[in-house]
Design a protein around this ligand. Structure first.
Ligand code: M6R
Length: 357
């Protein structure tokens, strides 16, 4: 039920801090440690390479998952779009482990890959929001995202719950491999949940950004580097699918290789900066587009923010920024769609669960 909310999407955006706290509690053992089923842990430990397969928003969570697993657990990861995997299949490593990410657990493109790798004798894990779904039944193992039913076609809380589960999986795998982690994972995830809540409680900032930057624009660029680039892909997808504004998520460094030709007076550019190591580069990309007339909205994070930035995310561990940076993107998409009178929960041409290839 929507309760007092005008749209399921807004309700589901608001639920995210509670969902992350629920994910933490679901994966905590009696001692408060975040743990994963021991058979899944053994597969992660044995794997020489992990293949994450997903579509749409779940694919973007998979890109964040690649960063998490590689940075925290030191296991190589490739993230693939399910529909491409069958034709552009990489040469598999000797001991692969497959992770399928799907909110619905019913996506046909993913099932195609699952059937294929099962025939090859590989074991797999489905990360899904729906217990008993097809992908959950057919994979060897399942981890649930515990986000509760997601009704709006635009995925929000499922995405952040998927990232939280992937982070827990990464921390658990690191421990299994004897890698020393000098943070308390449950504590860091709780800090991220609180930061998400702070952003959610400042919706008026994102509403104002939409008025200022997207009021009568037909296109919008999202730029970032590293993990921020992955978040930008999700920001662009959200904006496209519900407001129908042509949007593109772009690596800051690639702009000068072509796309900067599209920047003209008043083109909206939303820049994201959460990683200290790319600070100078992204700020110089912002100068480059500004010099060509772009109307830049800068989203940064406490610690590396400058006071003229438009949105400043509360500080969280650098591994967990994707949980927080997506909140302004979701809200910007929501308000842009609202002001355009779009059907927010049921955008045109889209279905919640895509069961055809
Ligand atoms: O149920 P799934 O996570 O497998 O769905 C994958 C995509 O169809 C889905 O994430 C889609 O991109 C969303 N509408 C995005 O908001």
């Amino acid at each position: 039920e929507k309760g007092p909310y005008p749209h399921y999407m807004l309700k589901e955006i608001d639920e995210q801090p509670v969902v992350i706290r629920k994910v933490i509690s679901k994966y905590q053992d009696a001692a408060g440690e975040l743990v994963i089923d021991s058979e899944i842990r053994a597969c992660m430990k044995k794997a020489d390479r992990i293949y994450i397969i997903a579509c749409g928003t779940s694919y973007h969570a998979g890109l964040a998952g690649k960063q998490l697993i590689e940075r925290i657990a030191d296991i190589p990861v490739e993230t693939h779009i399910a529909s491409e995997f069958l034709y552009n299949r990489p040469i598999l490593s000797p001991n692969p482990f497959f992770i399928f990410i799907s909110q619905s657990g019913e996506t046909a493109d993913i099932r195609g890959v699952l059937v294929d790798i099962k025939q090859m004798g590989h074991s797999s894990l489905t990360i899904t929001n729906v217990p008993g779904s097809t992908l959950s039944r057919e994979a060897t193992y399942t981890l649930l995202t515990h986000a509760g039913p997601e009704i709006a076609v635009a995925s929000t809380k499922a995405y952040t719950a998927q990232i939280a589960v992937l982070a827990i999986l990464a921390f658990d795998s690191a421990r299994a491999k004897g890698i020393q982690i000098d943070v308390n994972p449950a504590h860091e995830l709780s800090i991220a949940a609180n930061a998400m809540e702070i952003m959610i409680n400042h919706k008026e900032v994102m509403e104002e950004i939409v008025w200022q930057y997207l009021n009568d624009s037909h296109n919008c660029f999202f730029i970032g580097r590293g993990v921020d680039y992955y978040a930008c892909l999700e920001g662009a997808l959200k904006l496209k699918e519900i407001s129908y504004i042509q949007a593109e998520g772009f690596p800051g460094g690639e702009l000068k290789h072509g796309t900067i030709a599209l920047i003209e007076e008043g083109t909206p550019v939303i820049a994201l900066l959460t990683q200290a190591q790319v600070r100078a580069n992204i700020r110089s990309n912002v100068q480059e587009v500004k010099a060509r007339g772009a109307h830049v909205c800068m989203i940064s994070i406490e610690g590396i923010a400058e006071k003229e930035d438009h949105v400043i995310l509360p500080a969280v561990h650098e591994w967990l920024t994707p949980l927080v940076s997506v909140i302004p993107f979701q809200l910007i998409a929501y308000y842009a769609a609202l002001y355009r009178g779009c059907d927010i929960d049921k955008p045109r041409n889209l279905a919640k669960s895509v069961t055809v290839e």
